[in-house]
Design a binder for this molecule. Structure first.
Ligand code: NAD
Ligand code: UD1
Length: 338
């Protein structure tokens, strides 16, 4: 049993991970400033797990607050989700991305070092692979980035590798997520994007529920099965279980990078069809030109996660769409006004 500080634990992936950690008997302390989430998510975590969740309202830039929290709750491990994640916004306001993501992580690491808490699981992204030079993407694929959000993730990865090289008493697992979608099977927690969604699945879900008129498919001239972009969508519960396995594996001196993906790619049109089937709703769409910065195809080699963590994704595209729809349908306004 571990006592885990979960930064960003009220967010989309963090809340699902807290559910799985609590269900497996771990203790969780959420550290979040709700800049992209709602306190209602924490109430729902308690509702689902029937376990108490400690929550500290705080910013990861506040090193002292982190130190006090680590000490007060005697945490032995940190899962670090807190950060900003919108690619478009990061190109408009790069400094806030470098401040929140990079400087915030440095503060967190300094607090951890000071409190002698040296077990860390970090949320990275497949974005650090840049334009794929080969597929599926293995962890040793060259790293590069095309926007400030991606750069912030790559800088943090490099900081973690440097930190480990300087002090091998750390145990660090860098998880590179592919495309998280879906929601908890209860329909009580899920992704609650602010404003119009940028990502495919939440956009499709809002078309299905009637909040948005139609989907714009960015590009139908890629060299893919039907001309539309192909991605490795992964159910957020599978992702959460990947964190649980990482927590249970962490401990020995290590600094690992591990993909969390399914290894299977679906096109935009395949997602539309799967979501139509799950929701029984029509999903009108129109084609438009390619979105700047998008790649044709991106999917993971998931073998290392299986070898090291004994983890593999179990839930297929039907379940991803069904659970995403269940959440969207029963919470059309997300966490507000419910
Ligand atoms: P999210 O925005 O739902 O959750 C992030 C949480 O961190 C939010 O609750 C937010 O309030 C909190 N937060 C942000 N800055 C903070 C700060 N300075 N101090 C305290 N709390 C702060 O995002 P998510 O989808 O759950 O993503 C979690 C992590 O995984 C992020 O680091 C993200 O970059 C990474 N990631 C996400 C995806 C994805 O598609 N969702 C893909 C790859 C990697
Ligand atoms: C996005 C992020 C990436 C992050 C990843 C995982 C961008 C540019 N990139 O990538 O940094 O690591 O999520 O969360 O935001 N699509 C449409 N219409 C839409 C939205 C998307 O056709 O309205 C298409 C895209 O062109 C792409 C696919 O759907 O082919 C998936 O898009 P999206 O959900 O935004 O994820 P990524 O582009 O993979």
């Amino acid at each position: 049993m571990r006592k885990i500080l979960v930064t960003g634990g009220a967010g989309y992936i963090g809340s699902h991970t807290c559910v799985e950690l609590l269900n497996s008997g771990h203790e969780v302390v959420i550290f979040d400033n709700f800049c992209n989430s709602s306190p209602v998510a924490i109430e729902r975590i308690t509702e689902i797990t029937k376990k108490p969740v400690t929550h500290v309202y705080g910013n990861i830039l506040d090193q002292q607050a982190i130190e006090e929290t680590l000490t007060k709750y005697q945490c032995d491990t940190v899962i670090h989700f807190a950060g900003l994640k919108s690619v478009g916004e990061s190109t408009q306001n790069p400094l806030s991305y470098y401040e929140n993501n990079v400087a915030g992580t440095v503060k967190l690491l300094q607090a951890m070092a000071k409190c002698n808490v040296k077990n860390l699981v970090f949320s990275s992204s497949a974005t650090v692979y840049g334009e794929p030079q080969f597929l599926p993407l293995t962890e040793d694929h060259p790293l590069s980035t095309t926007n400030p959000y991606g750069s912030s993730k790559l800088i943090i990865e490099n900081i973690l590798r440097d930190l480990y090289a300087s002090d091998e008493s750390w145990s660090i697992t860098i998880l590179r997520y592919f495309n998280p979608v879906g929601a908890h099977s209860s329909g009580r927690i899920g992704e609650d994007p602010r404003g119009t969604p940028n990502n495919l699945m939440p956009y499709v879900a809002q078309v299905a529920v009637g909040k948005l008129e139609k989907l714009t498919v960015f590009g139908n001239d890629y060299e893919t099965k039907d001309g539309t972009g192909v991605r490795d969508y992964i159910h957020v519960t599978d992702l959460a279980l990947g964190h649980l396995r990482s927590i249970e594996q962490i401990g020995a001196s290590q600094c690992l990078e591990i993909n969390l993906g399914t290894g299977v790619g679906y096109s935009v049109l395949e997602i539309v069809e799967a979501f139509k089937a799950a929701s029984n709703k029509d999903i009108p769409y129109q084609f438009a030109s390619r979105r700047a910065g998008d790649v044709a195809s991106c999917f993971a080699a998931p073998k290392l996660a299986k070898d090291i963590l004994g983890w593999e994704a179990k839930l297929g595209i039907e379940q991803m769409c069904q659970d995403h729809w269940n959440w969207q349908y029963s919470n059309p306004k997300g966490y507000s006004l419910n």
